[in-house]
Design a protein around this ligand. Structure first.
Ligand code: AMP
Length: 282
């Protein structure tokens, strides 16, 4: 694996690979890698000629400075994992490389209602930060295929919108959620949970599955109230638990059998904010 720290060096290298007719697959990450990230890399290696990962903890997408401070970092372990899993190129930039000046952090993107609902509502500015960094990374790496995780479902829609606005010829592959044996969605933030909390946190999926199972029998509002009450009784702080359309995440108050829907949740467990989702009628 070749590691690049400078944008111009990786750009040049990728241009040469492209001139050779190679397709470039790209997996942007914030590090503290786990099997979820590696599943994206695996899919990338199967699909594209060349796999490029980036590790950059993007300060601009953190609305909460404490969350940024506590975000897990383990770069040398990450490098080892990527090498073991046959990643071709790692882009590991410093902050100055991505943001040469303050102005480069301030760009604004027209994201419409996507940035005012769900994650957007509870993390103001978050998706603007995601777009700022992704626009920069995409212009450096110029991939043919971008690999994203369904775990961050709303982010996938936001990035689709960004790619449309950038007029890029880029395919997006959305990969399924990798879970721990308990059912807990893998996340770098899980490193901040102790063993007991990790076990407890699997209740997020249990409740989503229970709701999915019962949507055709019971009103969503009632299911939501019951699931939220059970979670809160067990010490979770639920930020949202919603049923929405998969294409634009508009809220759905009543389940309809033939509609593609998704259940989405965000909740705190012992001060750690976790998100999860489950497709309904996929
Ligand atoms: P992050 O490092 O959290 O920014 O995530 C980098 C990429 O990995 C994003 O596209 C995530 O959606 C994806 N990802 C994170 N967790 C998982 C998971 N449990 N399963 C599959 N993909 C994931």
């Amino acid at each position: 694996m070749i590691i690049f720290k400078k944008a111009k060096d990786i750009s040049l290298y990728i241009d040469t690979r492209k001139e050779e007719g190679k397709s470039i697959g790209f997996i942007p990450t914030m590090g503290a890698l786990h099997q979820g990230h590696l599943s994206l890399l695996k899919r990338c290696s199967q699909t594209a000629d060349f796999s490029v990962c980036s590790i950059f903890v993007n300060p601009v997408q953190f609305n909460n400075p404490e969350d940024l401070k506590k975000y897990p970092k383990k770069v040398s372990g990450d490098i080892e994992m990527l090498e073991w899993n046959n990643c071709d190129v790692l882009f590991l930039p410093d902050e100055d490389e991505i943001y040469p000046d303050e102005a480069s952090k301030q760009k604004h993107f027209a994201l419409g209602h996507l940035e005012t609902i769900l994650e957007g509502k509870f993390r103001p500015g978050h998706f603007q930060g995601v777009c700022v960094v992704l626009e920069r990374l995409l212009s450096i790496v110029k991939p043919d295929i971008l690999f994203l995780g369904q775990k961050d479902y709303q982010q996938c829609l936001v990035i689709r919108k960004l790619v449309g606005q950038m007029n890029l010829e880029l395919n997006i592959a959305v990969c399924p959620i990798m879970r721990e044996e308990s059912g807990l969605a893998m996340s770098s933030r899980n490193l901040r949970l102790d063993e007991n909390d990790r076990k407890r946190a699997s209740q997020l999926l249990t409740e989503l599955e229970w709701m999915k199972e019962n949507l055709s029998k019971q009103d969503f509002k009632i299911l939501k109230a019951q699931a939220t009450a059970r979670l809160e009784k067990n010490g979770f702080k639920v930020e949202y638990l919603e049923l929405a359309k998969t294409d634009d995440l508009t809220n759905v108050a009543h389940y309809r059998k033939n509609e593609q829907l998704i259940l989405l949740i965000a909740a705190f467990v012992s001060g750690v904010r976790l998100i999860d989702n489950l497709l309904v009628n996929p």
